[in-house]
Design a protein around this ligand. Structure first.
Ligand code: CA
Length: 228
């Protein structure tokens, strides 16, 4: 199955260049030159993932990200940013992005990031079973996660992390280990992105995210899923 990638970028030269590189890798590429058009195409064609420039005319990349996340929590999102932009804001709790790349970027690296994100999108496909643990149910076939029977909307990355923890209850994972297992050992980036994703998951699944009782901190090491 051809993966569908929506490319939202107002600079035509970057868009064309990126499109050529992605098509060469066998992806189907949809193009949008503004945020408004990007949202429209996302609604019409439901891509597997979105590559989203931050600086756009009209609504900016943050707003597009918020809209897409809100309507399609399971679409993967990679943000494109200029060097001067604040990385903490990009990967922050609010944004809901799965990854980001600083411009100018190397297309080979973008493709690695995309493949890494696709691995996260695919977490469920090979495992059709459900995992039950305390108030939680992870349905790996439909890629859905429930607390007390109510669906909790998780991004592909958050879902991959939950899957890792729920399949290894009680195991303490180091931040680096999580980075390797979820983003891939070829991922170039630091463990800050792990911490941000854990914080986001906690706000979604814990009764009180400042006193987590499911996704615990292992001081000096990383994190652990407490078996319920
Ligand atoms: Ca731009």
């Amino acid at each position: 199955m051809k993966r569908k990638i929506l490319l939202v970028e107002d600079e035509e030269s970057i868009r064309k260049f990126t499109k050529i590189n992605l098509e060469r890798e066998g992806f189907e590429v949809l193009e949008a030159e503004s945020g408004e058009i990007g949202v429209e195409i996302a609604r019409r064609s439901t891509p597997d993932l979105v590559i989203l420039d931050i600086m756009l005319p009209g609504i900016d990349g943050y707003e597009v990200c918020r809209i897409i996340r809100n309507e399609f929590p399971k679409i993967g999102i990679i943000m494109l940013t200029a060097k001067t932009q604040d990385v903490d804001k990009i990967i922050g709790l609010e944004s809901g992005t799965d990854d980001y790349m600083v411009k100018p970027f190397n297309p080979t690296e973008l493709i690695l990031r995309i493949k890494s994100l696709i691995r996260r999108l695919d977490v469920a496909v090979k495992n059709e079973d459900e995992i039950l643990d305390g108030p939680f149910t992870l349905d790996r076939y439909s890629r859905s996660f429930y607390k007390d029977g109510v669906e909790v909307e998780l991004t592909p990355t958050e879902l991959s992390i939950i899957n890792l923890f729920m399949t290894n209850p009680g195991k303490a994972f180091a931040r680096n280990e999580i980075l390797d297992l979820i983003w891939g050992s070829d991922y170039i980036g630091d463990t800050k992105i792990v911490d941000v994703n854990i914080r986001r998951i906690r706000t979604k699944i814990e009764d009180n995210s400042s006193q987590p009782k499911y996704l615990e901190t292992v001081w000096g090491i990383g994190y652990r899923w407490k078996q319920n």
